[in-house]
Write a protein that binds this ligand. Structure first.
Ligand code: MN
Length: 281
């Protein structure tokens, strides 16, 4: 009888342990399932910032289509395949540059404005008072915007010369296309360290100018002495060219001319002139 009670007790204890460990397994499974769910949803491709030139159907980023609250900005789709710019810019460079660098600027920009008044501001108003804002906003808002422009500035069907109103404005401002090219090249090649070179439209006068900026700054920022809306930009950070060109930035800058999407640059130029009053403060 004593032995029987002992067995019963042992049996009961075994059941309790088994039940407890099964419950633990269930808990673990539940938390594993939770972990497997994506932390956040992939950003949908941008649509609000896209338009078409109407001429050849190329996608263009128009100035007045960025005037939405910053928190609603989306991570834009690359307007072509990763290998579309070969051989000027190799597939791996485009892939890493877009999916890692550009993506990180976008994610960190939204993180930097989360829970602040900047969520409701549009990106231009953020640039126009950038000197008062945290460095994380300056670097990441700039990085997000600049790269969106850069991708659209290039096309496998690019190269050649601009035409129409933009060509006339370039001649008027710089004397000739060759003189403009020389100034833009100089700006890109002589920017020390990481940064950008730009062709931009003066916000007040509407005239073209060439400038270069450090880091992820751009001519819209109130920290710049040349203030304007950028219509063409070249990224001269080493990550933009190092895999193929290594230290030879000048070769990358020279090759860039073969893929400039002048349709995009021209469309942004004429559209900006038509909506310029929205950018005067
Ligand atoms: Mn870059």
């Amino acid at each position: 009888m004593k032995n029987y009670a002992k067995h019963l007790l042992f049996f009961a204890a075994a059941i309790m342990i088994a039940t407890a460990s099964m419950a633990q397994v269930k808990l673990k499974k539940a938390s594993a399932a939770k972990k497997q769910q994506p932390a956040k949803q992939e950003a949908a491709p941008i649509n609000i910032n896209m338009g078409t030139t109407g001429q050849k159907g190329d996608k263009t980023l128009y100035a007045d289509e960025w005037t939405v609250p910053a928190s609603t900005l989306k991570f834009m789709q690359l307007p072509y395949a990763y290998d579309a710019l070969e051989p000027v810019i190799d597939k791996l460079t485009v892939e890493i540059h877009y999916s890692r660098h550009h993506r990180a600027y976008y994610d960190n920009f939204l993180k930097a404005i989360a829970g602040t008044d900047m969520e409701k501001m549009n990106i231009y108003d953020i640039f126009f008072k950038i000197s008062d804002l945290p460095a994380a906003v300056r670097n990441n808002a700039g990085g997000y915007f600049n790269h969106a422009l850069y991708w659209h500035n290039m096309s496998q069907k690019g190269g050649g010369n601009p035409s129409g109103e933009l060509a006339r404005a370039i001649d008027r401002t710089f004397g000739s296309f060759d003189e403009f090219k020389k100034r833009f090249d100089d700006a890109a090649k002589t920017r020390f360290g990481s940064g950008w070179a730009w062709l931009a439209v003066d916000l007040k006068s509407g005239e073209l100018f060439v400038s270069s900026t450090a880091n992820q700054d751009n001519p819209l920022m109130n920290t710049e002495s040349n203030r304007g809306f950028p219509i063409l930009g070249i990224d001269v950070w080493e990550h933009a060219y190092y895999l193929k060109y290594q230290n030879k930035r000048a070769d990358y800058v020279e090759s860039f001319w073969k893929i400039i999407n002048w349709n995009d640059v021209e469309a942004r130029y004429t559209h900006f002139l038509q909506t310029r009053e929205k950018f005067l403060r």
